[in-house]
Design a protein around this ligand. Structure first.
Ligand code: SF4
Length: 483
């Protein structure tokens, strides 16, 4: 139900959003803003104009947490400098979900911490805050925190504005109101949420909960709508895209279950359905777990020309002992066989992966095996993460934590190997004709480049934004191509 909100401001309140972290968090931000619009409020891109400013945080690794905390403190400082003491500050996202209690104690300047289950309710929560905490100052906020710790009612009314409670279960639907923050021609579509894998370095399942897939009809309805609005690129996202649908099967799917459409809904069925949607667009697969790939999925991608020949497949390591300690539920033999099958089954495919260096106990020999694998596999796109010791993860308690100096050296060694590979691969493209999607008049992306994370094609002649064009590649500059 749409309600018109004016509250005590005497006009429509304005809500601003600063979203940090990955595309999954961005979709949450879009849903939060959708709920704000549905309640009749306005959205502003100027934080200083906002009556309510939301910081959508990331807690993937320590540096992401630090960035999130800095963003909150900066926003609080700015509301003082901009003489907006009544501006309300809401913190959402992974960090808020996981550390709401601790953060609330440490940061009384924040008006509410909301969890991942509340993303569709930001509009209501914002109204509640404006109604019940209209003129709260910093001292009152501190009092609130102290009183709530003692179980006493808060300063402005008796609401407890710390909303994150338990492991989330929320999943959006096709008609969930959403205000897209990406350019008009591409969109992220979250097909599932949560993860059932036990990777020892990762705390995401603790924050985002168990894997839960959206019903296929819901995903299809959303994508049909986006394509009819003129969206040219659909990026399918989740924590574990290849596991899509398996939690809906009548018989439970194990942690290494390959995609098999005889057993229930799968990513392969979804892709075949998407292929039938009228219109010119690309579908891109992000965050696929290697354990679930099957011949059926590879054949499906090869047969569906609307599915980009691009696969994001985080591998994290190649050494069997390391994969075991990382609890990746996969093995060197499986990964090598899979890469061979992907390259043979989908000619011209662009493979993107990530590896972690400096995981606890990684020996020189294990790292050397990883380096050798990177050299031989010639991934078109590759990211290296230095292992980050995440509180609450199994790996954080493991013996053999690697000093930062060694992690840095391994990072540099892996990056320099990859730089040479990437340089050679871009040169191989020179002279070829590529279909490109135009992001800005002089900047486009090929099928092999996901938005924000991969390379670009610099256009010498301007092209219409949001359209597909064909161009001949004339050279390269760093990781980018020239056309
Ligand atoms: S697959 Fe592993 S790394 Fe990825 S979200 Fe799940 S637990 Fe974390």
């Amino acid at each position: 139900m749409k309600t018109m909100t004016t509250t005590c401001l005497g006009r429509k309140p304005k809500v601003g959003m600063i979203s940090l972290g990955c595309a999954k968090n961005l979709v949450d931000a879009e849903i939060m803003l959708g709920s704000v619009l549905q309640r009749g409020m306005e959205i502003t891109s100027q934080p200083e104009d906002a009556d309510i400013l939301v910081i959508n945080t990331c807690a993937f690794i320590d540096s992401a947490k630090e960035e999130s905390i800095e963003a909150i403190l900066e926003a609080h400082q700015q509301r003082g400098l901009n003489r907006r003491p009544d501006q309300k500050l809401i913190v959402s996202g992974c960090m808020s979900q996981r550390f709401a209690k601790e953060l609330r104690r440490e940061m009384p300047e924040v008006d509410a911490f909301i969890g991942l289950d509340q993303v569709g309710q930001l509009g209501e929560i914002a109204e509640k805050i404006l109604r019940e905490r209209p003129t709260l100052n910093a001292q009152d906020r501190q009092l609130d925190v102290e009183r709530s710790a003692l179980g006493v009612s808060s300063t402005n009314g008796d609401i407890d504005l710390s909303f994150a409670e338990r492991r989330p279960t929320y999943i959006p639907d096709y008609d969930t109101p959403r205000f897209r923050l990406t350019p008009a021609h591409f969109a992220y579509v979250k097909i599932a949420e949560g993860c059932n894998h036990p990777c020892s370095f990762c705390v995401i399942p603790q924050m985002r909960g168990k894997h839960r897939s959206r019903p296929m009809q819901s995903v299809l309805a959303e994508i049909r709508g986006l394509v009819s609005e003129g969206v040219r690129e659909i990026n399918l996202i989740s924590q574990d895209t290849t596991y899509y649908g398996m939690d809906l099967w009548p018989a439970k799917a194990g942690p290494r279950q390959p995609v098999d459409s005889t057993r229930g809904p799968t990513l392969a069925v979804l892709l075949r359905e998407l292929q039938e949607i009228e219109g010119e667009f690309w579908v891109r697969l992000l965050y696929t777990h290697p354990a679930h790939w099957s011949d059926e999925l590879i054949e499906t991608i090869a047969q569906c020309d609307k599915v980009a020949r691009y696969i994001d497949i985080p591998l994290q390591h190649i050494d069997d002992a390391m994969l075991g300690r990382m609890r990746r539920e996969t093995s060197r033999a499986h990964i090598e066989n899979l890469i061979h099958k992907l390259r043979a089954g989908i000619p011209g495919v662009t493979l993107r992966t990530t590896f972690i260096v400096g995981f606890p106990g990684e020996t020189e020999a294990e790292f050397a095996r990883l380096l050798d694998f990177i050299r031989r596999s010639r991934f078109e796109r590759l990211g290296i993460f230095k292992y980050s010791q995440e509180e609450g993860s199994r790996a954080a308690k493991m013996p053999g934590q690697i000093p930062a100096k060694i992690k840095n050296a391994r990072y540099r060694a892996a990056m320099s190997v990859q730089q040479q590979i990437a340089h050679d691969l871009t040169l191989e493209k020179v002279g070829s004709d590529l279909k490109l999607l135009v992001d800005q008049p002089h900047i486009a992306r090929s099928e092999g480049d996901a938005p924000d994370v991969d390379a670009r094609v610099i256009l010498s002649e301007a092209a219409p934004v949001g359209e597909f064009v064909w161009r001949r590649i004339t050279g390269s500059r760093g990781y980018d191509l020239l056309a």
